[in-house]
Design a protein around this ligand. Structure first.
Ligand code: ZN
Length: 221
């Protein structure tokens, strides 16, 4: 009887060990699903370096709950990274671009705490050149935007409004008709000396013109 109980216990122990082994192997062997087409980077011209905001490192727990490190980017399925190598790369990327992962003709770079991808087969010095070029362009764009903003602040309204009283007096003076051709169709208030040339919105500098005469005057100026 005791022998029978012992052998049942032995069998149970063996079964539990097999279960643990199978569970461990299945976690260890876990496969990542392929990246769906919509998540892959678009095909672009080769001379390009793209910033990848989705790129990052992460870890999960594998066999014996040990951390396993991965790199993942836009269109880049998780790529296993050696833990020690990750530490080395972190140091290196402060000074020079580090190649982190490659998949389907695309390479991901880590440089100055930013991630980039390219499909031009670049070298580290190519990547530096492209990153610097990009930073120069961004700065120029920012400078232009600030200059534009300052310009807008300095000249608020280019075209001064004509007061109601001035309009009425000009209308009465010119008899409600175009001073050139005499029509009363599509009458407009025209600055004799244009605003752009320093003309003011006074009665003396205003006249009635029809749309056609105004247009031909504009063309002759
Ligand atoms: Zn006219």
């Amino acid at each position: 009887m005791a022998g029978f109980v012992n052998s049942v216990l032995n069998l149970l122990q063996f079964a539990i060990l097999v279960l643990i082994a199978v569970a461990g192997i299945s976690v260890w062997q876990r496969r990542w699903p392929p990246t769906p087409p919509f998540a892959r980077p678009r095909g672009t011209s080769s001379a390009q370096l793209r910033s990848d905001q989705n790129a990052k490192f992460f870890y999960d727990r594998g066999f014996l709950f040990l951390r396993r490190w991965f790199f993942v980017g836009t269109g880049c399925p998780p790529a296993r990274i050696n833990r020690q190598r990750l530490g080395e790369m972190r140091t290196e990327q402060a000074d020079q671009p580090v190649r982190v992962a490659s998949t389907a003709g695309r390479t991901w770079w880590w440089f100055e705490n930013n991630f980039y991808w390219e499909s031009g087969g670049y070298s580290a010095s190519d990547v530096i050149a492209l990153v610097r070029d990009r930073q120069r362009k961004d700065k120029a764009k920012l400078d232009r935007a600030h200059a534009q903003l300052d310009g807008d602040r300095r000249s608020p309204a280019r075209r001064p409004t004509i007061s109601r009283e001035v309009k009425m007096r000009v209308f009465q003076r010119d008899g409600g008709r175009c001073v050139q051709c005499g029509t009363d169709f599509e009458i407009q208030y025209d600055h004799v000396i244009p605003v752009a040339l320093g003309g003011s919105s006074t009665e003396q500098n205003l006249q009635l013109l029809c749309a056609r005469c105004n247009q031909s005057k504009g063309a002759n100026l």
